[in-house]
Write a protein that binds this ligand. Structure first.
Ligand code: 2IT
Length: 444
């Protein structure tokens, strides 16, 4: 690592001790953009980077609620309003026991660059809670969401901060959160995205992250004159994102042979298609967070406590959570002839894995690949502002254009030695727009 990057990171670590995921996310961006930063005295003088790593606002709050047994439970709620240079804070809410300040800061930081890449006017934010939806009843989830929003509502608004879903927060949770916001404010506005289509949601939003990721992979493959059809895919996770990706891969003639959960992975060499894709929704609705019932339902192999990166495939798409693919996994994929890894989860690969895959084969980072989700959230905001709904075909067409634009940006800023460095392309492309907006708006 360069001396000055090292000093920058040491200073950051001293100010934010123990926030290891946040440090990881910042380091990857800083390593990509340092040359541009260094060569641009306007940025340095205005301390753009030093300001970018400091969230504009961090909100932490108590979330008390009563479970079905009548016991009081306390969780911690967060909203990190990271950067509003190019639009209202925008980003999901994650409900998972692992949630802490470091994880939400890494997500909010990444979100700033991702949202910039979408070409839409959205700043970066992220929030959530250490609440675990696993095994909770519908009633408990509603009470938790209502308590969470009873504090959050005073900090957000359609022109201020527009949350959405992330891990553990889907259509059901958005419904409960929206209902409580509307009740407290007496206002029906586009304050959340991922809403039901009957009450202000956008068509294609549930599919958008997965669809967008596959459109991005199409562009990566097209660079080499290839297409999705005929390729075998390893996908991890079995949530909303994996479901969208698997549906689109099937539609385009690819074959998906794995999905995974915290309990292990499924290997289905016949391919996950048709009713098996629908089954993922049922599996998710059980709130048990395990994937093994798929093996019993469809008579295939379940490999407990392992991840799908040991399976021989052409393309891998991690769709579960951060750091789910490490250097050893990357070596294994490469040795097995894998040609391309498209990170769909946020920071799904460790830094070592991401760099190794970039050098050895082809790799694209989550902030580019998964940006279709937040992009369609941006389109949901536009539709809400217009009080109008676009058709599925219209939204999908816009999503396709956005994913192509993001890919073009990666190529523009990441091209070198006859190959595209998508990590660099995404980071530089995302950074420049935010940096210019910050410069224009003065020291705020
Ligand atoms: O990581 C992400 O981009 C999301 N969870 C979606 C955020 C959004 O506002 O739709």
């Amino acid at each position: 690592m360069k001396e000055d990057i090292y000093s920058f990171m040491e200073a950051l670590k001293a100010r934010t001790p123990g926030e290891k995921e946040f440090h990881q996310a910042v380091q990857e961006v800083v390593e990509s953009i340092w040359d541009i930063y260094d060569a641009n005295p306007r940025y340095k003088k205005a301390k753009i980077l030093e300001r970018m790593v400091e969230p504009e606002r961090v909100i932490m709050f108590r979330v008390p609620w009563v479970n079905d047994r009548g016991e009081v439970e306390i969780n911690r709620g967060y909203r990190i309003e990271f950067n509003s240079a190019i639009g209202p804070y925008k980003g999901g809410l994650r409900f998972h026991p692992s949630v802490n300040l470091s994880i939400l800061k890494f997500l909010g930081f990444e979100q700033t660059f991702k949202n910039s890449l979408t070409t839409l006017p959205m700043g970066g934010g992220k929030g959530g809670s250490d609440f675990s939806p696993k095994g909770k009843s519908d009633n408990e989830i509603m009470h938790f969401c209502q308590s969470f929003m009873t504090e959050l509502f005073r900090h957000i608004g359609p022109n201020t901060d527009v949350p959405a879903g992330d891990i553990g927060v889907g259509g059901r949770e958005i419904g409960y959160l929206f209902g409580q916001y509307k009740r407290l404010r007496n206002e029906f506005t586009g304050v959340l995205t991922g809403k039901g289509v009957e009450w202000g949601g956008s068509l294609i939003r549930p599919e958008a992250t997965g669809f967008g990721a596959v459109y991005f992979v199409q562009h990566m493959l097209a660079e080499q004159g290839k297409e999705i059809a005929g390729h075998t895919f390893a996908v991890s996770g079995f949530g909303n994102v994996a479901w969208g990706a698997i549906s689109k891969i099937n539609e385009l003639g690819g074959k998906v042979v794995t999905i995974s959960g915290p309990d292990g992975y499924i290997y289905d060499p016949d391919g996950i298609s048709g009713e098996k894709i629908d089954y993922l929704l049922e599996l998710r609705a059980t709130n048990n967070d395990i994937v093994s019932p798929y093996a019993e339902e469809f008579g295939c192999k379940f490999i407990p406590d392992r991840r799908p990166w040991e399976v021989k495939v052409d393309i891998a798409m991690p769709c579960a959570t951060q750091n789910e693919l490490n250097e050893t996994d990357a070596h294994q994929l490469i040795n097995n002839g894998c040609q391309l890894v498209a990170e769909v989860s946020n920071m799904g690969c460790t830094t070592e894995a991401a760099y190794l895959l970039t050098d050895a084969i082809r790799f694209a980072p989550g902030k580019a690949v998964n940006a279709g989700g937040v992009a369609v959230s941006g389109l949901e905001m536009s539709q809400n502002s217009m009080r109008y709904n676009w058709s599925s075909a219209e939204v999908d067409a816009r999503l396709k254009i956005i994913m192509k634009d993001i890919h073009d940006t990666c190529v523009q800023f990441g091209q070198g030695n006859g190959k595209v460095n998508y990590i660099k392309g995404a980071n530089v492309g995302g950074f420049v727009k935010v940096a210019e907006a910050m410069l224009a708006q003065g020291i705020v």
